[in-house]
Design a protein around this ligand. Structure first.
Ligand code: OAD
Length: 256
């Protein structure tokens, strides 16, 4: 069912749910000022397809261009703040067993108060660079404050002098074992999955809602646009993360 207003049936389901998964994508961070993946990019990056920068082949072709793009995104994320939707998710966790499964490489859920151990980052983190050769973690410098006007050389690993790469998952790479194990366990054990701000096009992450539905969970989508998932979920609410999540969490509280 698609609705423009909060459906009372969604409030009932959310109020009854004891184990909740919030499954978020780039749209979750959009109202904080982080562009979604498939939106048009601005400035330097309008000449590049962002999905073409997120591959091992892109790194091999031009690591300094890819590093500059991630340094720009890291700095941008550092400068923005979580919004009311992120805070509502953190607040909801006080009342239920909550797992946040996110495709986002930002830290906005955590900065809004979601405890780190409840957040599974399926696609890694902008703030966890590591050596491409030996895998040693490399301290994040927080990215750059201004948009780079050209490529930036990646740093050298302090252990093996290899090349440091962003700590994110690129197309064609495996998801981090720990995050994926936690995400699938939570999806298969939840009463409710709220899918927020994802186009649900990138697998295996995009398969999690149907995995949850198969084990009996109600699936609610919050997204201003239709997605490939919309017709398979129990409820779709055509609203944004910063509007929908606080309204839903407030309605649950009011109904208790
Ligand atoms: P996309 O950019 O594909 O989709 C963003 C979704 O958010 C769209 O469905 C929008 O309609 C929706 N949206 C936009 N603004 C919103 C708002 N304010 N509130 C709620 N929803 C909003 O982003 P993802 O689905 O997250 O992977 O993309 C998945 C993966 O593709 C990313 O994690 C990244 C990317 O390539 C890797 O880098 C491996």
């Amino acid at each position: 069912m698609t609705a423009l207003e909060l459906d009372p049936a969604v409030v009932d389901v959310a109020r009854a749910a004891r184990r909740v998964v919030v499954f978020s994508g780039a749209g979750m961070s959009a109202e904080s000022g982080v562009p979604t993946f498939r939106d048009a990019q601005t400035g330097l990056w309008e000449r590049f397809d962002p999905t073409e920068l997120a591959t091992p082949e892109a790194w091999d072709r031009d690591s300094a261009l890819v590093w500059a793009w991630y340094q720009w995104r890291t700095g941008l994320v550092r400068r923005v703040a979580p919004h009311a939707g992120h805070r509502a998710v953190a607040e909801w966790a006080d009342r239920t067993r909550m797992t946040v499964v996110t495709q986002n490489v930002d830290d906005l859920h955590e900065r809004a108060g979601s405890p780190t151990h409840t957040v599974a980052h399926l696609h890694g983190s902008l703030f966890a660079p590591r050596c491409r050769d030996c895998g040693a973690p490399f301290p994040s410098d927080g990215g750059v404050d201004v948009e780079p006007t050209g490529p930036l050389s990646p740093p050298e690993c302090s252990s093996c002098r290899g090349q440091v790469r962003p700590g994110v998952v690129w197309f064609g790479e495996s998801l981090p074992d720990d995050a994926w194990t936690r995400a699938t366990a939570a999806a298969e054990d939840c009463d409710l999955m709220v899918v927020v701000g994802t186009s649900a096009m990138v697998y295996p992450a995009a398969g999690l809602p149907l995995r949850a539905a198969r084990t009996g969970a109600a699936i609610v989508e919050i997204n201003p646009e239709a997605t490939g998932l919309s017709e398979h979920v129990h409820h779709t609410w055509r609203t944004t993360a910063a509007v929908g999540l606080p309204a839903l969490v407030a309605a649950i509280g009011a109904a208790q």
